[in-house]
Design a protein around this ligand. Structure first.
Ligand code: AMP
Length: 459
């Protein structure tokens, strides 16, 4: 998953982008980058491995002058975790510069790359996103939004893009609308971001959501929009509401906080825990769901797990070794709260079960008498081909284990998941128009030819 950002019409575009990327850090922690374009149409960029705060300094932004910029935070779902694969991609072609930042996964990138390579293209990275840049360089002139529409023709899968071509900032969203993307107003300028929390941090107000299949072009004449000709059924990623997006964001025009509370309330109705003394969240992503569960069940909400905020999201680590080490240092349990109690532990999802097993052991060692696990989404039984790192089917505990087996494996007294219907009816704008393939197996596109995760995340 990734976070993308863009600014047009502000003299300090790189600095604003830098700030915006801080708010999109949760969407990717492996690398961060910014490209800015100045009044002479000179594009300059910087890309670094690691967090925004590790890699990009305020000082460095001074070396990126210009009134337009794009930025990216990344974790690798296609292409390995190396600097060549950090974004934005910056390339020069006959018409000048192209800079591109991509959130999502293209499902037919392997085929398109093969065709491009057969006709002489050389690739500088293993990212699926680079095929769009090559396609752009081959389009015939025209307005930048038409160049991008041509380049995207025949490309399948999930993409939200911010692109700089010449003097134009483009924002595009695939026709199924898998990932969120919004446009904001900042004084006389414009801002584009994956989530509204990134508008808030720079002081921009929400102007509109980029519609599925829409390309918005922003230049000195203002904002204009075209629609891609390909029409596809709406497939917004429900997991953005369940886990990925920040609760202070609105995604797909709905409040993530409200979505998570509603998921928690529904979970309490579908899967109560009679006799329990209290409920607590696995912080932070399930805080709002646990609030909803407490509200609907009447159980008190307690803070039983303390999270070390200096350790990143467990899964946003490309290797299992990295993930295991982080689980141990990320949480501690509050004995005072747990001693002798029967507790409901609410989390938003179980993927491999590794973190959950460790947490349950922690909660028991802190003295909990009974542990009842409640999950505010259904069992994850399939990988995501659209940008979330839920890799091989065999690694997903719910793909190969029954409910009882999962309960035994993670060591709980009882386990309850939210139903698919319950989830889809709880999220704003539901129950239709969402992709829930990782829960239901109903994939909205053909599977990619090469399973990116099996291939070591390289194309
Ligand atoms: P595990 O018990 O190892 O399956 O880990 C479960 C935890 O991972 C839950 O707390 C989720 O909030 C979190 N999680 C779920 N999906 C992802 C993801 N794609 N990236 C990072 N963390 C995730």
């Amino acid at each position: 998953m990734c976070g993308i950002f863009g600014v047009y019409g502000r003299p300090d575009a790189a600095t604003i982008t830098h700030l915006g990327l801080y708010s999109l850090q949760h969407r990717g922690q492996e690398s961060a980058g910014i490209v800015a374009v100045d009044g002479e149409s000179v594009a300059r960029g910087t890309r670094r491995m690691g967090l925004v705060s590790d890699g990009l300094t305020a000082r460095e932004m001074e070396a990126l002058p210009g009134h337009m910029a794009i930025g990216h935070t990344r974790y690798s779902t296609a292409g390995s975790s190396v600097l060549e694969n950090a974004q934005p991609v910056l390339a020069r072609f006959k018409g000048g510069h192209i800079a591109l930042a991509h959130n999502g996964n293209l499902t037919n990138a392997t085929e398109i790359r093969g065709t491009l390579e057969n006709s002489g293209s050389i690739f500088a990275s293993t990212m699926d996103s680079e095929v769009i840049v090559h396609r752009l360089a081959r389009t015939h002139s025209g307005a930048p939004e038409h160049m991008l529409a041509d380049a995207l023709d025949g490309i399948e899968g999930a993409y939200c893009l911010t692109v700089l071509i010449g003097e134009t900032l483009l924002a595009a969203r695939d026709p199924r609308g898998f990932r969120p993307l919004v446009v904001g107003r900042l004084g006389d300028g414009w801002v584009v971001a994956s989530e509204t929390c990134a508008l808030d941090i720079v002081g921009a107000s929400l102007h509109c959501e980029v519609a599925p299949g829409e390309i918005i072009a922003i230049d000195s004449r203002g904002l204009r929009s075209i629609q891609l000709t390909a029409q596809r059924p709406l497939s917004r990623c429900v997991f953005e509401h369940v886990y990925f997006a920040r609760p202070d964001s609105y995604v797909f025009s709905g409040s993530v906080d409200r979505a998570r509370r509603a998921l928690g309330r529904r979970l309490a109705t579908e899967s109560p825990a009679p006799g329990a003394d209290l409920v607590f969240a696995v912080p932070d992503s399930s805080n709002a769901a646990a609030l909803g569960y407490a509200e609907a069940s009447g159980l008190p909400l307690e803070l039983a797990l303390i999270r070390n905020h200096y350790v990143g999201r467990t899964f946003i680590q490309p290797t299992q070794a990295g993930r295991d080490a982080k689980v141990k240092v990320k949480y501690n349990a509050v004995k005072e709260v747990l001693q002798g109690r029967s507790v409901v532990m609410v989390d938003d999802s179980i993927v491999r079960g590794t973190t959950t097993r460790g947490l349950v052991a922690l909660v028991r060692s802190a003295g909990a008498r009974e542990v009842h696990m409640r999950v505010s989404s259904p069992p994850i039984t399939g990988p995501c081909y659209y940008g979330i790192d839920t890799p091989n089917r065999e690694e997903l505990i719910a793909a190969t284990h029954s409910l009882d087996e999962i309960a035994a494996a993670i060591g709980v007294d009882s386990l309850g998941y939210l139903s698919l219907d319950g989830m889809l009816n709880a999220v704003p704008g539901g129950p239709h128009g969402f992709c829930h393939a990782c829960f239901s197996g109903a994939y909205p596109t053909a599977a990619p030819l090469v399973d990116l995760h099996r291939a070591g995340k390289d194309m």
